[in-house]
Unconditional design. Structure first.
Lengths: 363, 327
């Protein structure tokens, strides 16, 4: 496609590698969610087809991620605390050596759990996905604990909170819960019926899904809801053809060049280049996207000097928008630039095939 | 992650910044160590509130620290309930500060709504004022809208008051998707349909159609009005009530208005789309030729969505019934 900016793949790969070592002070608010940043960077490299750049330190990265896992104690009490933390910055006991930079640690120890340590569902989701991408066999996952942790976070109305101590509860964490259960191939921990009903009840008057009941429809949250339904296998029973058509219309209207997250919100934001097309793909309607226009926009958000992609043109790049911009190109099937991605799980098809192989061996 | 503009700095400025950051880091590390050591030994007291407050004012996104504050407030409520209102007030001050730093911080808004529940003497007027201020800065801040729903419920504010609030917002600025959304939640609760067949009570539906028409004529390019009008006009129970002549006359009235608008704005895709949809619902078979011409026009005036319109066209071609309830 001639009138697009050049795709600076190598710069983006270097950008993700740098993210894994250190982040600029402007991103200090992300300190407590490092695991999600590592997901963006590592999945980003995978989408670029440059996971080979991590080969030398692959085992170290895997070990680093496992450090974040909250282990059950000997008597399996308080299993519901299990899952993954977001960062070691907010941990009560660090009895093993704790590396603060991926790639430097050689100590494969564990961080023992304190009774007040609890996991965060988004971090559990990010950890499992990242391990899968790195080719791990998930053998060190405390499955019983993780599922107990997810179960403990489900509310009566079907929604999920993020941590045991309490947090807002909404469709973002529903998606994380469903992704975890899907990958572990174990739905016993969640109530699929109430979860499905919760998502249905979060549908706004315009057909899109909001964060929670009564909330405005929003493209990112719509992805979370639709992807969750798809993973649970209840998409077709939850939404009839009319509802799906209404939602497709709403999603298709989000494209301006790239995509916006809600009607009338401008300028378009790179991350919606993933959320909207991925949702349309799950609904079987991605052919309605103007791929060329989206590609033009996403390539315009590339940062010349440091690499990565930014939220808006001529802004600084950050890990989330860098990853989602590229994932968006993948959903739109720009396979001359990037690898194919699984639209609901948000990992490459390569990682997904690795999971399929693992799962068949399991059964 | 919020967009940051690229700014060039000289080497000297960079060095000054590096020194400042090193200082900040040292302070941060000392604070976090103290917080976690106190928590481990169960010292949930004024000091832990002070230090977590200092860190959160710089970075409101550390949810662990908010949760430590929750644990502390719960402890105070259980051991010295007379003092809890004082602490609740401090939490409200802190969350307000954090909301100023980051008006979209999930943690800050959630903590504030959590804390409301713990006090016995909440000044809801002040809470509504905070909401008003935040919405003035950003009408689309859904955290704030959600918080507003919570204080409406807690203060038992009549929903009619809130409807009036949304009317005021809309009259000031018709292009306010979040306000229209709010109305979509309020109206069916305040004015439910008596027949169960339509969306709202008939008279209210007519008034609302009138309001939305004003919005559409004021700015026919504003998406919010069109989506809202679709919902008002086209949301009906799945009965064969397209035979309902009352409803048909509503559709025909709207069609007339839309055609008037089309004369003024012949290339406006929203107008063309709406005329299309109205014709389909009035008589999709009888109007098929005109509908397909309009769809073809849409492909030209809104080329970004030509794939979608092609699909729409093919669906319409296939329609064989006189009156369908299409989507």
């Amino acid at each position: 496609m001639d009138d697009c900016k050049e795709f600076t793949k190598e710069k983006h790969a270097k950008y993700f590698l740098r993210c894994l070592n250190a982040l600029p002070s402007s991103l200090v608010s992300l300190d407590s969610i490092r695991l999600s940043i590592s997901f963006f960077a590592i999945s980003g490299l995978d989408v670029l087809g440059r996971l080979d750049l991590l080969d030398k330190h692959r085992e170290e990265y895997i070990n680093w991620i496992y450090l974040f896992q909250i282990l059950p104690n000997q008597d399996d009490e308080s299993l519901e605390r299990c899952g993954f933390r977001g960062s070691l910055a907010a941990t009560l006991s660090l009895e093993s050596h704790s590396p603060s930079h991926v790639g430097r640690s050689v100590n494969i120890g564990t961080v023992s759990s304190h009774p007040l340590d609890t996991s965060h569902i988004t971090m559990t989701y990010a950890a499992i996905n990242t391990l899968l991408i790195l080719g791990d066999d998930l053998g060190r996952l405390q499955r019983k604990g993780i599922l107990a942790g997810v179960k403990a976070l489900q509310l009566e109305n079907g929604s999920f909170a993020a941590t045991l101590e309490g947090s807002e509860s909404d469709v973002r964490f529903v998606y994380c819960a469903c992704s975890i259960c899907y990958i572990l191939q174990d739905w016993s921990a969640i109530n699929i019926e109430t979860t499905t009903n919760y998502i249905i009840n979060s549908i706004s008057y315009d057909g899109a899904i909001g964060q929670d009941k009564n909330q405005e429809g929003h493209a990112g949250l719509t992805f979370c809801g639709i992807a969750a339904l798809s993973l649970m296998g209840t998409l077709d029973s939850a939404l009839n053809l009319k509802q799906k058509a209404k939602l497709v219309r709403w999603l298709v209207s989000r494209q301006q060049s790239g995509f916006q997250g809600r009607p009338n919100k401008l300028p378009v934001d790179t991350c919606y280049s993933f959320w909207v097309p991925a949702t349309l793909k799950i609904l079987g309607a991605h052919q309605f996207i103007d791929r060329k226009r989206n590609r033009q926009f996403v390539l315009d958000t590339q940062c010349n000097v440091v690499g990565g992609l930014s939220k808006w043109i001529d802004h600084s790049s950050d890990p989330l928008h860098s990853y989602l911009g590229l994932a968006g190109l993948s959903v739109c099937e720009d396979t001359d630039l990037v690898e194919m991605i699984h639209p609901a799980l948000n990992v490459t098809m390569r990682a997904f095939n690795h999971w399929k192989k693992l799962t068949s061996e399991f059964i | 992650m919020h967009g940051r503009l690229k700014v060039r700095t000289t080497a000297e400025q960079q060095e000054i910044k590096a020194k400042e950051r090193a200082k900040k880091l040292a302070v941060y590390k000392v604070a976090m160590d103290r917080i976690f050591s106190k928590r481990k030994s169960g010292e949930l007291d004024d000091e832990i509130l002070k230090i977590t407050g200092q860190v959160l004012t710089e970075n409101p996104d550390i949810s662990t620290l908010w949760n430590i504050r929750k644990e502390t407030i719960v402890k105070i409520k259980n051991t010295t309930p007379d003092l809890v209102d004082n602490y609740v007030s401090k939490e409200l001050t802190l969350t307000e500060q954090c909301i100023r730093v980051n008006p979209k911080s999930y943690n800050s808004w959630f903590h504030r709504s959590w804390v409301l529940d713990k006090g016995s003497n909440i000044d809801f007027q002040a809470e509504f004022l905070l909401c008003d201020k935040c919405l003035e800065l950003d009408e689309r801040n859904f955290h704030c809208w959600d918080y507003r729903r919570i204080i409406v419920q807690m203060s038992k504010t009549p929903l009619e008051n809130e409807l009036q609030f949304s009317t005021n917002k809309i009259t000031k600025n018709f292009s306010n998707y979040s306000s229209w959304h709010y109305r979509s939640e309020l109206l069916p609760r305040i004015y439910p349909s008596s027949s169960g067949d339509t969306l709202l009570d008939d008279q209210k539906l007519a008034e609302e159609c009138n309001l939305i028409q004003n919005a559409i004529f004021t700015d026919p390019n504003d998406q919010s009005a069109w989506f809202y009008q679709r919902w008002l006009l086209f949301t009906k129970k799945e009965t064969n009530s397209t035979e309902n002549s009352g409803f048909l006359s509503v559709l025909n009235d709207e069609l007339e208005s839309c055609q008037q608008l089309r004369d003024l704005e012949p290339n406006n895709k929203w107008v063309i789309l709406q005329v299309c949809e109205l014709l389909r619902r009035i008589d999709s078979l009888g109007n098929k030729k005109e509908i397909l011409q309009l769809v073809s026009q849409l492909t030209k005036v809104d080329p970004l969505r030509r794939g979608y319109y092609a699909y729409l066209g093919s669906k319409i071609e296939e329609e064989k019934q006189k009156k369908t309830i299409p989507e």
